[in-house]
Design a binder for this molecule. Structure first.
Ligand code: PEP
Length: 248
């Protein structure tokens, strides 16, 4: 399985930030390895610019959300097929910021994930516990129940990715211990194997939450970790490429 280093720019940057894409493309020209894939999910307004700048490069471009419906009266929303047509390869679904800011629920996330792969995108489905859940010793129960309820009804071979992102680690500089990350990923892997059999072993599991160049090697070296979903450190090409290099 390839390792995926995925950047989530969230609602950050200006048009001049597209120079970071150029720098990543240049960096990957010399650093690309077949074992590691690189993906940036910029604000959707820059998706087509980013796709154009990546032509001929191994860098892939994704989106940060999509609507569950294929089309219709949904002012301000964007469908998965529109993203696909614009050149996106992946879409992040159910990020904790969407769960919080837009009250997204597990069943909605499952429907969005289904819409994504129906349109030809690979959904990156995010799950993760709050600090309160972790302190109460409920992290594994909460995450595994989110996982079960967020998985789409789909064809057996439809591709998807799971990102475990403890909410309290996102953008805070805090991370779980390596043991806690590994333990959670092993639980997620076991649940996927129970549900999908052999295929469960091949569903990529990303870790997200304050991954930086200086902790990436330790986290990415854990068993059952197939890459990272990176927020803040993906905004600067230098940091993103440094994390990529740790994975290579
Ligand atoms: C994220 O938002 O998905 C994330 C992991 O952010 P950060 O790397 O900034 O914690």
């Amino acid at each position: 399985m390839q390792t995926l280093i995925a950047g989530n720019w969230k609602m950050n940057g200006t048009k001049s930030s597209l120079e970071e894409i150029d720098q990543i493309v240049r960096g990957l020209d010399t650093a690309t390895t077949e074992t590691v894939e690189a993906l940036i999910c910029p604000p959707v307004i820059w998706l087509t610019d980013c796709v154009a700048r990546c032509a001929g490069s191994s860098l892939k471009i994704g989106a940060q959300d999509c609507h569950e419906a294929e089309k219709g009266a949904h002012t301000g929303d964007i469908s998965a097929s529109m993203l696909h047509e614009a050149g996106a390869s992946h879409v992040i679904i159910g990020h904790s910021e969407r769960r919080q800011d837009h009250f997204e629920t597990d069943p909605l996330i499952a429907r969005k994930a289904k819409a994504a792969f129906t349109a030809g995108l690979i959904p990156i489905i995010c799950i993760g516990e709050s600090l309160k859940d972790r302190q109460a010793g409920k992290a594994n129960t909460v995450v595994l129940s989110q996982l079960a309820a967020s998985l789409p009804q789909m064809a057996p071979d439809a591709p998807f990715i799971i990102a475990y992102e403890p909410i309290w680690a996102i953008g805070t500089g805090l991370t779980p211990t390596l043991f806690e990350i590994q333990d959670m990923h092993a639980g997620i892997r076991a649940a996927l194997s129970a549900q999908y059999g052999q295929r469960g072993a091949h569903i990529p599991l990303l870790y997200g939450g304050s991954m930086k160049p200086d902790n990436a090697a330790d986290i990415l070296g854990l068993e059952d970790i197939n890459g990272g979903l990176i927020g803040g450190a993906s905004l600067k090409a230098r940091d993103f490429l440094a994390i990529y290099a740790e994975a290579a």
